[in-house]
Design a binder for this molecule. Structure first.
Ligand SMILES: *Cc1c(COP(=O)(O)O)cnc(C)c1O
Length: 297
């Protein structure tokens, strides 16, 4: 029996943004409001979690464990999902210096949703994928029998949830664009888009490791490359969670023009990149762009 929370949800809303910076280049801009896909769990976090929650329930797990930093949206989403589904949640948090100190807002919300927080050293956290370290870590966290969701929530099942997002967009746009952290959302989105469509990812952190990561996620989920995708580098604005004044002003202006609360860490960088690329003539006239609004402030 499917938990009511896990029944298929209607497609998230799609709205047109009338914006002269795009119109001047003959480009249509659509906003895919995935921030509205679930009342409590925004956007891509819900798309990635839902198939994992289904699997956890089917396998009879009563507890979820996952990993994240002190400001992780994924930790927060997992905690909320656990509350909604009646599953216990354990969050392994990077940074043992945080233990015993007052929780920041993000971790306080995790705790309020019932998540048990287990703080580990940065060194341990870095090695959490090594089987021995992981076993020791989960044991210490009291989560040895828990269903394990990786950092950022991106695994093969998560990609199948994000492919659904691609299917919702396949008949309405030429290019579907999304901000990338782990790249899991882009990897799934690309697979769900139809032939002749492409996905464009905007990394919010510098690095260059993302292409390989996306290829390996797609191999795990779909057995090999799926769909057409590329990355637009150079729009990280100095790194993860960096919001220079110019980006902040751009986001405030975009929000005022289009009545959209613009989340700063991911969505603002995506919208900036699409505006800059359009103004530079990167999209031929007649292109319909869909910007995936993956979250809310
Ligand atoms: C987590 C997150 C992303 C990044 O998703 P990935 O699948 O890790 O690339 C994008 N936007 C928002 C709002 C997020 O919270």
């Amino acid at each position: 029996m499917t938990h009511p929370e896990l029944r298929p949800r209607p497609p998230s809303p799609l709205t047109e943004a009338a914006d002269e910076r795009f119109a001047a280049r003959g480009v249509r801009l659509l906003l895919k409001r995935d921030d509205l896909v679930h009342p409590e769990l925004p956007g891509n976090k819900w798309r990635k979690l839902a198939p994992n929650l289904r699997a956890a329930l089917e396998k009879g797990h009563e507890r979820l464990v996952t990993f994240g930093g002190a400001y992780s949206n994924h930790l927060r989403a997992t905690a909320a999902a656990g509350r909604l589904l009646g599953l216990e949640t354990v969050g392994v948090v990077r940074g043992d210096e945080l233990a015993g100190r007052p929780l920041n807002d993000s971790l306080a919300r995790c705790a309020a949703d019932g998540m048990r927080l287990h703080f580990v050293t940065r060194a341990e956290y870095r090695c959490k994928a090594e089987p021995e370290v992981r076993a020791r870590l989960l044991d210490a966290a009291g989560a040895a029998d828990a269903y394990v969701i990786p950092e950022g929530g991106s695994n093969a099942l998560a990609l199948t949830g994000c492919a659904e997002l691609g299917r919702e967009l396949r008949d309405v746009c030429d290019v579907a664009a999304v901000a990338c952290g782990t790249g899991g959302t882009l990897a799934g989105l690309a697979a769900g888009l139809g032939p002749g469509r492409r996905a464009l990812g905007v990394p919010v952190l510098a690095g260059g490791f993302l292409e390989a990561e996306i290829r390996s996620l797609q191999a795990a989920a779909f057995g090999g490359p799926a769909g057409s995708w590329s990355l637009a580098e150079g729009f990280d604005h100095g790194g993860y969670a960096r919001v220079p004044a110019a980006l902040d002003a751009f986001a405030a202006d975009f929000g005022a023009r289009h009545g959209l609360p613009v989340e700063r860490i991911y969505v603002a960088k995506l919208l900036w990149a699409l505006t800059a690329l359009t103004e530079a003539g990167a999209f031929p006239p007649g292109t319909t762009l869909a910007a995936v609004v993956t979250g809310r402030p």
